[in-house]
Structure formats: structure tokens, C-alpha cells
Design a binder for this molecule. Sequence first.
Ligand code: KIV
Length: 259
Amino acid sequence: MKNKKIREIIKKKNKNPIVCLTAYSRTISEILDKYCDIILVGDSLGMVLYGMESTREVTLDMIINHAKSVKKGISKSVLVVDMPYQTYRNKKEAYKNAKKIIKSTKCDALKLEGGKKIINIVKYLIKKKITVMGHIGLLPQSERGKFKFKGRSSFERKRIIEDARLLSNAGVFAIVIECVEESLAEIISKSIPIPTIGIGASKHCDGQILVTDDLLGLSNFSPRFVRKYFNIRRMINKSVLRFRHDVINKNFPSKKHIY
Ligand code: KIV
């Protein structure tokens, strides 16, 4: 079931670029809400926030707790939540967990990684009136070893185009395309009627998403597809150093900070 906000996102296809970012907490979603069309509670939080080796360690409870916090900071953006690894292995499991996430977080949609392999699960969720966002190309939940961009071989390209077509026909409202070769992202974006949201997938997508910690320079992650808009680590370093000096020199707290 697609609510009004979701329908507005779909209408942006070929008209207005869609702005998406990740958030893991209310502090950040409160700031992003004004500027974003979609805020994603991505399972990237496992690696970015918890220092995990992969997104596969993220649990249902983790994503729900972060999504609850993020929801508190949102008044206008669409809230999408990732379904963690192994929480949608079959229709029954997917539906049970999807209902739990939606009920606890009041999110607008769920994102699942994969195309053909999970198409019957996606169809089932949509039949049960759950709004789904697709995710194709590089799939961090399935990837083993170093992340590499997709679309080198014609076999891989055909498979990814087929994934996009199947998901679009199944009724997902948008598809994240992660780390694919430029012309492949263009072909997909032109061949399906729903928005594509790129991450490392060129400007041919209908919208762009980045991990907020990456664009702010809070994470140490600098892949080619990230543009760093700030170096927040440097600002934190400076501020914490000043705090340290103030404490050591007994300049903090001053009169105005005490009761
Ligand atoms: O987990 C995540 O943050 C994501 C985005 C990078 C698309 O899936």
C-alpha cells in the first residue's frame, strides 16, 4: 500500500531528483528532514556505527531501536528501514518481521536486498500491503570479500537489468542501485517506470543516496563514489582538545555553568 508521501516520490521520476540520506538517530534525522525526500535507516549502521565486519551482523532489534529514534526527528520525509540479513529468508518470516518493524517504528516502507532470488518474497509482502523499496547491484548482505562495482560482464549486466524489471513489475516503489557501471544505471533508469536511487551508480539515476557519516567526514570510509562535504572529525578533534585544555587548566566549568 503506497501512502501519499510515497506516491509523491514516484511522481518525481524524470522530473525532480530525489534526495536521500541515511540516519541512525533522532539528532541526525531532525537535521536531515528539511532537506531530504527519503531518510533510510540502513543496515550500514552495523559497520558505520558498531564497527562490525559486515552488515550481516545487524539484528532486527538493532534496526528497530535506531528506526524508532530516527522516526522521532521526522515530520515530512519518507522513512525507509532496511530489513536485516536473514530476516526475510521465506515469505512467512519476511511478513512476520516486516509487520514487527512497521508496527514498532511507524516507517513508510522497508528495503530488501536482491532481485530475482527474493522476488516471490517481495511479491508476497506487496500483496500483504507492505510498501517495499528494492536494492540491486552491489548487495552488501550477500557480498563476500572486497566490495567491487557491478556490471563488468554482459552476464552480470543482464542479471541486474532483469532484477530491476522483476522488482518494478512486482510493485516496489523505488529501487536503490548500488555501485554499478554508469551505462548500466542509465539503461535501468530509462527502462523502468519507478525511481532509481543511486549510490555509486552515476547521475543517470532519479535520485542519490549517501551514508550521512561519509558525506560529513565522520566515518573514515572514502570510496570513489562519496563526495566529502565536510571534515567533521577535524571539528570534533579541535573541540575535544579545547575541552581537555579547559579541564586541565580549570577553565571549565566557569561561573555561568554552575548552580
Ligand atoms: O545500508 C545502507 O545504508 C544502504 C544505503 C547505502 C543504500 O543500503
